[in-house]
Design a protein around this ligand. Structure first.
Ligand code: OGA
Ligand code: MN
Length: 201
């Protein structure tokens, strides 16, 4: 198995989460950022809602999202989508699961926005098994904030640096996004145990 997938599979099996740097190369990150959705930036992004009702509540989360049509991905997204599909294959094979599908959106957190502590699970359906986030921020340092904080035995803060992928169990690992000083961009996705429909598009 490719060592990147092996690291993720082992991390999920042992700890319920994994961090993989260089999941996308810098060139691949730049290709994603050059897609129309990101070029037109915040204009294109509609306010992210909370839960299935899409209630807009800036007290809880302040990000802007754009759902991706994974059946007809933009060419720049295909590289990432194919890598996620390969990850699903490896997870199923090695952890004896039968995960079925992926859903994902582009995400921008404007400066100062955050997402309070939560679990990635809707109350009315819980088909999200793994959360998968890949960061797209080339010049991000500790001073910029915007860490993803996983609430493990000890809180673990993860900087959203370009190419880094974080994967964790959606049903059991609480997490939050701390406010940052710049636009914080990512591809946020979930691996599901049933086939996604087009409800988000
Ligand atoms: C989410 C989320 C974390 C991150 O969108 O549910 O928790 O680091 N995102 O962007
Ligand atoms: Mn989340």
């Amino acid at each position: 198995m490719n060592p990147v997938y092996e690291k993720i599979v082992d991390g999920l099996a042992d700890h319920g989460y994994a961090i993989a740097d260089h999941f996308l190369s810098l060139d691949e990150v730049r290709d994603v950022l050059a897609t129309d959705a990101f070029k037109e930036e915040l204009l294109h992004f509609r306010k992210a809602g909370i839960g299935q009702e899409k209630i807009i509540n800036e007290e809880i989360r302040g990000d802007y999202i754009q759902w991706l049509d994974l059946h007809q991905p933009d060419p720049a997204m295909t590289v990432y989508v194919n890598r996620l599909k390969e990850l699903v294959t490896q997870i199923n094979r090695n952890l004896f699961l039968s995960l079925k599908d992926i859903e994902a959106h582009l995400t921008i957190y404007p400066p100062g926005s955050y997402y309070h502590r939560h679990l990635d699970r809707f109350q009315t359906h819980d088909h999200r098994k793994l959360s998968v986030i890949c960061y797209l921020n080339e010049t991000w340092t500790e001073a910029d904030g915007g860490q993803l904080r996983l609430f493990l035995e000890e809180p673990l803060d993860i900087l959203p640096v370009a190419g880094r992928m974080v994967c964790f169990r959606s049903d059991s690992i609480e997490h939050e996004v701390l406010p940052g000083s710049k636009n914080r961009m990512s591809i946020t996705g979930w691996i599901l145990d049933q086939f996604a429909d087009l409800r988000h598009l």
